[in-house]
Design a protein around this ligand. Sequence first.
Ligand SMILES: Cc1cc2nc3c(=O)[nH]c(=O)nc-3n(C[C@H](O)[C@H](O)[C@H](O)COP(=O)(O)O)c2cc1C
Length: 431
Amino acid sequence: MAHRASPPTPDRRRFLRWLAASPLLATIPGCAPPRPGTAPSGSGPLPTGQSTPPAPANPLGPFSHGGAPPLPSEAAAALDVFDMERVAATTVPPAHFGYIQTGVDGEETQLGNRAALERIHIRARRLVDVSRLDTRVTLFGREWPTPIIIAPCGSQKGFHPEGELATARAAQAAGHLQVLSTVTSTAVEEVNDARGEPVWYQLYATSNWSVTEAVVERVRAAGCPVIVLTVDLPGGSNRLTLERWSRTDDRTCVSCHRPGGRAPTVKPMFQGTEYRPADFRTPGMTWDFIGQLREITDQRIVVKGLMTHEDARLALEHGIDAIWVSNHGGRSEGSGQATIDALPEIANAVNRRVPVIVDGGFRRGSDIFKGIARGADAVAVGRPYLWGLGAFGQPGVERVLEILRRELAITMRLAGTPSLASIGASSIGTG
Ligand SMILES: Cc1cc2nc3c(=O)[nH]c(=O)nc-3n(C[C@H](O)[C@H](O)[C@H](O)COP(=O)(O)O)c2cc1C
């Protein structure tokens, strides 16, 4: 069901006025400052933590002395990822914040991702030795200390001037696997340098094969061991929330957009290729594309965006190395189908033959736990780290990842599951 945001309450207006005067407000080079309080009044994205309409008078929850709880003034003060979302709402320019928050249509799918996670409960077992926790996961022979992955998200300089470099340093600091978007605002070589090792690379194919070939060759030469092929956006999607937020933002941001419009400048990964904006849609792409890719690279290939067991089986038949269950964070089809609900049929079809990754609405350690319990090897997050990035840059991303790791550890201890391997179908329930 669609969440309709009401116009700002007096509390929210006071809160935004306070923020306007605070040093938290960062600006993006080349852009006029954001204008807090200009949130659009249509179906709105703030905050996504609220999945059940109608919004309470104070959308931030009960607070006995009235008004909103104070915003964290530094990354370390954030208690959960929604604290970061509240800060990012004030620091990221409106159109860019709308780009983070948007799903499609009336946000049914984005809200569905959260609602389905919230419907699952954890079945806690007692008197298990949880004095040592093991959260390690091995993907393609490489061991990671945590199953929490940085999902590929484009245009990160739109949220903080250091963009993908800040994310790379934060992910590296705690050993999180990071996947870099094709529409990154920073070239892969620079991100790899910042991280100190090659990242995984997310590929948007183009309808011009020579462009795709050039991009794949470039990331192969940069040492990226894995290509994550995103297949859930063949031809655009209906992002109404983005449109609403963009209409409140009259800045002209020539550092990122072509003069006179919203169209982006050519992204770094397409520079030096024959890329034209019309190439970005791939409505004609079929499973044959996997064979084409195999001919030009020996990198591992992960397919991102599957939602059905039928497609999981086809992926296995086409020799895919891992499957990523995703609906693009509710930004592709407006089906309302939650990824956590699609996960079991896919995990069953895959039957541990290749790794399974899931994303979509994972906001707490307990959500990560539920993803593992339903058969994922690893769980990726998108918006939470973008909120951290937009709020405080690298320390914000570090804090978001720290919060999620800590919450996962707490959940594992309380559920009596000392290792990821000990989390299974019987660790959760519904109803
Ligand atoms: C601002 C933003 C940009 C994104 N850009 C990409 C992208 O370039 N490539 C891609 O495969 N997915 C992209 N995604 C989808 C994420 O990889 C991921 O599937 C999704 O964010 C997970 O849902 P969550 O945000 O609810 O955690 C983007 C998501 C957001 C929020």
